[in-house]
Design a protein around this ligand. Structure first.
Ligand SMILES: [Zn+2]
Length: 304
């Protein structure tokens, strides 16, 4: 089923537990986070801090929802995207309800979206807050609200997809794949496109020819190996090209480009890659506590 290609792909399962987790855990978490967020932006007069709070709210909602979806074992990418977007919308709605509640000095709880839109239209005529002596009104204020909505919806959707859409699930054991061995600080791959094709054809020579580089390197390759320790029948390879960039604050940002993500390999390749760069003290990989059992190729489930 989900082995029916070179790469791991979600099976598409949603399940009743998934829906229960979203409704009974995801909804309260989103409502709680959105109330905190709207009160924070109501009382904090600094627009730059508010911008970070908006991003933080979207990301936090997405993170919480992804945790609920993970608990409910949802593995359907389209549904995950809709979920992330839907909970972003819920957050935006609850945010407005509580912000207006704060604005009315805790007098009015306005739940009707139509009435909220009418109040927004009224508020936009006069403006509601000022920055550097300017009070945004009309179209400009709507633009600010639109940016706020896009940030919340965007970050919420992105987080859910990023955290679960790319995470592998073992259908055989009914669990998310946890086992992870990573090999970092290998020299950059000269031609990532060519290397991707080689890896898809089971040719690991380019990957295995990579030498270790200095810890201070600003461009290197990271190999991530995943396996299901329950059945020892699902083995995956992710290869990333990582560049360290100095941002405007003098800090370091990592730019990651995928060469392959969750390419299906077998246990022998897994062990070979895991041990390939082990030479004495310079080992960077974190070994998974479970003992790996060598399995012949034929034990990897075949297509249905
Ligand atoms: Zn398994």
């Amino acid at each position: 089923m989900y082995w029916d290609h070179k790469y791991y792909k979600h099976s598409g399962m949603i399940g009743f537990m998934g829906i229960l987790c979203l409704v009974f855990l995801g909804v309260p978490a989103t409502v709680f986070l959105s109330i905190i967020y709207s009160y924070a932006i109501f009382y904090i007069p600094f627009v730059y801090i508010n911008l970070f709070l908006t991003i933080g709210c979207g990301a936090a909602v997405g993170y919480m929802v992804s945790k609920c979806a993970k608990l409910g074992k949802i593995r359907n990418n389209t549904f995950l995207l809709i979920t992330g977007f839907g909970f972003g919308l819920l957050s935006e709605y609850v945010g407005w309800v509580s912000w207006l509640f704060a604005l009315s000095e805790q007098k009015y709880i306005i739940l009707s979206p139509g009435t909220i839109l009418e109040i927004m239209a009224d508020l936009s005529k006069e403006g509601v807050w000022s920055i550097h002596g300017t009070t945004p009104q009309g179209i400009f204020l709507y633009l600010v609200w639109a940016v706020e909505a896009v940030l919340i919806l965007g970050f919420s959707t992105f987080m859910v997809w990023h955290l679960l859409g790319t995470k592998a699930f073992c259908e055989r054991c009914g669990v998310w794949v946890k086992g992870n061995d990573s090999i970092s600080l290998l020299e950059p791959i000269a031609n990532p496109g060519e290397c991707k094709l080689q890896l898809e054809q089971g040719d690991y020579t380019t990957l295995e020819s990579l030498k270790k580089v200095e810890v201070s390197s600003d461009h290197f390759t990271v190999i991530e190996l995943y396996h299901c320790s329950g059945c020892n029948a699902l083995f995956l390879l992710t290869v990333k090209d990582v560049k360290v960039k100095i941002n405007s604050n003098g800090g370091e940002d990592l730019q990651e480009d995928l060469v392959v993500r969750n390419l299906i390999i077998d246990s022998q390749i897994y062990e070979r890659l895991k041990n390939h760069w082990v030479n004495g003290d310079e080992e960077n990989s974190e070994s998974f506590p479970d003992e790996m059992e060598e399995q012949p190729l034929s034990d990897v489930p075949s297509n249905e």
